[in-house]
Design a protein around this ligand. Structure first.
Ligand code: 3HC
Length: 286
């Protein structure tokens, strides 16, 4: 396994919201990054998100223009998984489907040198199951970034059945070097954050659907009442209703009825109202 000092290049699989955010975090911390997605238009969308996010940091004077430009310059885009062969640590952030992730990990196991850690940003799927398709399950770990990855300080480290202690230590150290604070979870459905967050979000949706209060009052109540930055309906729109539904469904399958997705959540996903990314979820956006 490579040491922290030997990590110069971070490979990122997926250039969507989470993949591009993770690429940005690594590049801002000074790592070279290879960001891969299946189509060049997806890679380009990833770069657009990174530029938008970096310019927000510059506007808020949290980065200088030079630092933002340097971070952008450190990122290379590709559609070829073999270009990750030069990576010293890889983070996968593709869609949250087990069969897709298993295929990617089988391909990564071929493409990437066998002393390189393969991390997954999965939010609810089993690290142990994903690792089982590789010949290096001890080098597979969960690195669960929070959305938006460039802004959120916390990072959940998930330890699979076979993950080696040195891989856990290295991943903590890398996360810290990227400016994150970590906590550890065992490889149980939803880990810490989503196991507790998903019922909270679904309960917010049910409360709204059952007429307990207006959506604004539910969000205001939870913000003022418990000092969280976003209420449940606002946070659903921020995360994406499809992502919340998928995560809730996985938890429901694994842990039973108390994780049943709210009916209104399913109805909105069916209608294509997925939150900020489609311009409409529980609220409307420009
Ligand atoms: N890069 C990317 N996005 C940024 C950003 C940056 N540099 N700066 C702000 N944002 C985003 C916000 O999401 C929001 O989007 P919008 O403008 O497009 O509507 C906007 O920019 C708000 O920015 P503001 O400057 O008004 O707000 P703040 O910067 O003060 O706070 C926040 C934004 C940190 C996102 C805060 O609202 C917050 O902490 N919200 C809760 C987020 C949260 O709980 N995330 C975790 C979700 S759970 C998860 O990710 C697990 C997964 O598996 C489901």
């Amino acid at each position: 396994m490579r040491t922290l000092d030997e990590i110069e290049t971070v490979g990122v699989v997926g250039a969507g919201t989470m993949g591009s955010g993770i690429a940005q975090v690594a590049a801002t911390a000074g790592y070279d990054v290879v960001m891969r997605d299946v189509k060049s238009e997806f890679v380009q969308q990833g770069f657009d998100s990174i530029e938008d996010s970096l310019s927000r940091f510059v506007r808020k004077e949290q980065l200088t223009q030079e630092e933002a430009d340097a971070a952008r310059e450190r990122i290379t885009g590709t559609t070829d998984l073999d270009d990750l062969a030069d990576a010293d640590y890889v983070v996968e952030a593709a869609v949250e489907k087990l069969d897709v992730k298993r295929d990617i990990f089988a391909d990564l196991d071929e493409a990437v040198p066998d002393d390189v850690v393969l991390a997954t940003n999965t939010s609810t799927l089993s690290i142990t199951t994903i690792a089982s398709v590789t010949d290096r399950p001890e080098l597979v770990v969960g690195l669960h970034f929070m959305n938006p990855a460039p802004v959120m300080k916390g990072l959940e480290l998930v330890v699979g059945e076979k993950t080696a202690d040195e891989v856990v230590d290295l991943s903590h150290a890398l996360a810290e070097d990227m400016g994150k604070e970590t906590w550890e979870s065992d490889d149980k459905p939803g880990f810490v954050v989503n196991r507790i967050l998903m019922p909270w979000l679904n309960e917010g949706v049910r409360a709204y659907d059952q007429g307990v209060a207006s959506k604004e009052d539910i969000d205001t109540g939870m913000k003022l009442g418990t000092n969280v930055p976003m209420g449940p309906l606002e946070l659903c729109d921020h995360i994406g209703l499809d992502i919340v539904l998928d995560a809730s469904q996985t938890l429901h399958d694994e842990l039973g009825d108390r994780y049943k997705p709210a009916y209104l959540l399913k109805r909105k996903v069916d209608a294509g109202d997925l939150g900020k990314k489609t311009g409409r979820g529980f609220y409307e956006y420009d």
